[in-house]
Design a binder for this molecule. Structure first.
Ligand code: NAP
Ligand code: MG
Length: 491
């Protein structure tokens, strides 16, 4: 009689590893010091102050960056106003479109350099900046270039007019892409801009300023001023702007809303999220596990729409958690410039300490915390992909946005139960549903209060598709035809 042979499952994390495949940096051109981009030129800040932007994977300084004070903000807003009055609002729409096409093409030409800088400055894996951030940024310019001279078709029967000067403030998680989301529709509609990137990731926006010069965009049409929160606040409060477009945290969004109450400035707010990813028993489990991993560990969980809460139907909970752990154990955490890396560096020391605080709170509240046994580099800011089981709806890790690679897992029995749990959050930005049944997709997605819902996939973006939230996740939509609306007056 033959004896049964027990086969030991392969442990991919330790049995073999990839040879390092670092992306080259020799083609990257960076200055030691960056000034403010105002009225088509790089100019020193009036206060003479500079701050460092560092590489979060090495903690090394990359460049000094100018800090814009109130005088500089005023100068930038005035330059934008002048460009609006004298040039941009008078230019035929088709000509505006040509500039946008030109910017899009230069972004494509410089894609490799921009991807490397994005990964150096922000810590995200090169695979993401190369395959997602930069191509999507170019795609947004291409898409809105097409709308510039077709606004009559976007708003049939109405006359659209630009608003004037837009003050735009963006976060650090998708620096170039967020700049493109903001700049492209505003320019297509005929507005001029003052943009403030985040303090920890200003470099691709400043490279974009060089691209705008190369594209011969008339001076003052786009001004890029760097600095921290105070610079953003000075821009929001400047009486010379007509519109604020903000992407960032709900806390700052609320401050902005208060500051704008009683003014006639228009605003759009893209804020935080706490998305539910829901797996039903009839889902293709392996595909769902891959989607869950992509949904939360993509960009270290520095994604407003990250699937940070997982709801698994009871019958498959054990299998899903086992498969998630197996898959997470194969993820490569480390050098963002290595093409094999799955999980890069946490964007800043402050963000790392926020993640640690919430994870410690989760442990204290009784959650079962699991992390893979992977090495992380000694220098830099890192956090291992983390799972939390046995958590309750009231736990902070279930309620608060962590903005890190941390997934809180809960189980459910019925569709009604999971819908109620998924909606039990102040946020409403995004979510995901995994099931084999089309009818169930429509049933569940119709009941989840979130701006974007993916079915049997996650984190898919396209310039033609609107994006934005409900409740404390913000107001207004960016992307697609909807993304033109916040930048026009209709009559
Ligand atoms: P944040 O602290 O709110 O910062 C966002 C931007 O606002 C940064 O440029 C920041 O400058 C600036 N800022 C800070 N205080 C300000 C103030 N009082 N007035 C005006 N501007 C101010 O957010 P973050 O931590 O950078 O980004 C993470 C957050 O963004 C998360 O909550 C995430 O969910 C959200 N997010 C949302 C979306 C979406 O589309 N819904 C997309 C991406 C990110 P400094 O960074 O220089 O301080
Ligand atoms: Mg940096």
């Amino acid at each position: 009689m033959k004896k049964a042979v027990k086969v030991k499952p392969l442990n991919f994390s330790t049995s073999w590893s990839y040879a390092p495949a670092p992306e080259g940096t020799e083609h990257v051109q960076l200055k030691d010091r960056y000034e403010l981009f105002i009225n088509g030129k790089f100019v020193a800040p009036a206060g003479g102050k500079y701050f460092d932007t560092i590489n979060p994977a090495t903690e090394k300084k990359i460049a000094s960056v100018a800090e814009a004070g109130a005088t500089d903000v005023d100068k930038a807003v005035k330059a934008a106003r002048q460009a609006y009055d004298k040039t941009w609002s008078k230019m035929p729409a088709a000509e505006r479109g040509k500039y946008l096409y030109r910017i899009a093409r230069i972004l494509q030409e410089k894609a490799r350099e921009l991807a490397v800088i994005e990964s150096m400055d922000g810590g995200k894996p090169i695979r993401e900046s190369r395959d997602i951030d930069v191509p999507l940024a170019a795609a947004h310019f291409f898409y809105y270039a097409g709308w510039a001279d077709k606004l009559d078709y976007a708003f049939p029967g109405k006359r659209s007019q630009p608003l004037g000067v837009a003050g735009q403030i963006i976060p650090w998680n998708f620096p170039l892409l967020m700049a493109a989301w903001k700049i492209a529709p505003a320019l297509a509609c005929g507005n001029t801009i003052v943009l403030k990137p985040a303090e920890t990731t200003p470099l691709t926006a400043l490279k974009l300023a060089e691209i705008l010069q190369e594209a011969d965009l008339p001076p003052g049409v786009v001004n890029i001023i760097t600095g921290a929160g105070a610079t953003g606040a000075a821009l929001v409060n400047h009486p010379g702007i007509d519109k604020v477009a903000f992407t960032g945290s709900t806390d700052v969004g609320k401050l902005i809303q208060k500051a704008l109450a009683g003014t006639d400035k228009k605003y759009t707010l893209e804020l935080g999220g706490k998305a539910a990813n829901i797996i039903f028993e009839d889902a293709a489990i392996d595909q769902a596990v891959e989607g869950i991993i992509n949904g939360i560990f993509f960009n270290q969980g520095h994604v407003c729409c990250a699937g940070s809460r997982l709801f698994v139907q009871e019958g498959v909970a054990k299998e899903v958690i086992r498969k998630l752990k197996d898959r997470i154990s194969t993820l490569i955490v480390g050098d963002p410039l290595d093409k094999n890396t799955d999980v890069g560096a946490i964007n800043s020391k402050a963000q790392l300490s926020k993640i640690k605080t919430l994870v410690n709170a989760g442990i204290k509240e009784g959650g079962e915390c699991w992390q893979p046994d992977c090495n992380v580099p000694a220098k830099g800011y890192w956090f291992r992909p983390t799972l939390f089981m046995n958590v309750a709806q009231s736990h902070r890790i279930v309620q608060e946005e962590i903005f890190g690679p941390v997934l809180a897992i809960q189980t459910f029995r019925t569709l009604e139960e999971v819908v109620e749990k998924a909606n039990n959050t102040p946020y409403g930005l995004s979510g995901g549903v995994w099931t084999d049944k089309g009818a169930k997709i429509f049933n569940v997605t119709g009941k989840i209060k979130a701006g974007v819902l993916w079915a049997n996939t996650y984190n898919k973006f396209d310039p033609t598709s609107p994006f934005g939230g409900y409740k404390e996740s913000g107001m207004g939509r960016e992307g697609g035809l909807h993304g033109l609306m916040p930048y026009v007056k209709l009559s």
